[in-house]
Ligand binder design. Sequence first.
Ligand SMILES: Cc1cc2nc3c(=O)[nH]c(=O)nc-3n(C[C@H](O)[C@H](O)[C@H](O)COP(=O)(O)OP(=O)(O)OC[C@H]3O[C@@H](n4cnc5c(N)ncnc54)[C@H](O)[C@@H]3O)c2cc1C
Length: 393
Amino acid sequence: MRAIVVGAGIGGLAATLSLRRAGVDVTLVEQTPRFTEVGAGIQLAPNATRVLRRLGVLDAVAAQAAHPAHVSFRTWSDGSEICRYALGREAADEFGAPYLVVHRADLHRALAAAVPPESVRLGTTVVGIDQDDDSAHVTTATGERLTADLVVAADGIRSSARQWLFGKDEAVFSGTAAYRALLPADEVADLDLPPLAAWLGPDRHFVHYWVRRGELLNVVAVFSTEAAAQESWTAQAEPGEQLRQFTGWDSRVLKVLRRAGQVFRYGIYTRTPLTHWNVGRVTLLGDSAHAMVPFQAQGAAQAILDAAVLGDVLADATPGGVPDALDRYVRRRLAGATSMQARSAQAGSEFHLPDGPEAQARNARMSAHAAEHRFMPQATAWRTDVLEEKQEL
Ligand SMILES: Cc1cc2nc3c(=O)[nH]c(=O)nc-3n(C[C@H](O)[C@H](O)[C@H](O)COP(=O)(O)OP(=O)(O)OC[C@H]3O[C@@H](n4cnc5c(N)ncnc54)[C@H](O)[C@@H]3O)c2cc1C
């Protein structure tokens, strides 16, 4: 069985590893000429780290990650703690896999290191995908045509493959944008910051956590905005812009934002849910299928879960059975990923409530939940092993 995976992001790399474990011969095609240090922090909940362990990369990722003992939710104006939920050892024991926070580049590097270099074609842009009854083909920008039994389009939120398969359909601006920065740990050592925190305020929230073994503080300061912002991991903010957006916030938040050197401004986009991700021998995977707002920190995790199930359905498939196998992959993943898109959007609305009765009720709910359950409400999703979730729609 031969597959072409388009896009060597987290989803495409994880899919390549998962397919190889299933005995599929994979060619991974990526437009960028080399892998670079782009991006900042990514949270990896136990539903995803369980899969990384199966793919043989968990130790390498964990060695570069930070392992927060808990997550603290705080009030924007004075930093008072609304509640804290357990992570760390308690979560690892409870869910059988750790909760990690990691620099995207470190996760990417660990996945890429596990893929044999001869399977990867960097600097190769795919400009078309087509298929016939027996095989699927990609055409590259240089006019080359590659053929396999299936094509997996893991080409990200700006997916071209999605348009080729399902017609014109743009990424949708979420009405939110984020300032992102990485600060050396010693620049914020005096602030006594918790290992992972989300500060909630009207129309804004502020998240920070350590990455790279605690050497860097990853900062994400999210705000509602009407103005559609560029969806780019490299677009820089105007000097001081982030301080104006968070005027009146707790002094520790402002100190972090003031000390941040290079601040990126990232427009947050999503994709409208689809009713299916596949056509014949071609399927979407990861952000191309189900890009979501990052407010449940599950974008990369959902791509990793897709990869696990894709490998599972193809492990015992024959080339003739690829379209049926891809149907099974989509039936097993679509409902979960689509509901995570909705839950992520819902979390944003709850985080951004104005001060008043609704915010007070939210805080009371959160602290009651923490007292009763120790783990975050979304932790119920961490318990399920995606490979044991065989029920189909
Ligand atoms: C540069 C970058 C930085 C990011 N940083 C963060 C971060 O700091 N925190 C966070 O939570 N999330 C980040 N993300 C998003 C996060 O990685 C994804 O939401 C998630 O991992 C899902 O990944 P994906 O593989 O589906 O898509 P992506 O990670 O977007 O990967 C898609 C890949 O496909 C390639 N590609 C696209 N079109 C073509 C084509 N026609 N031919 C060949 N290759 C193609 C792209 O170059 C890219 O490598 C980042 C994404 C990118 C691309």
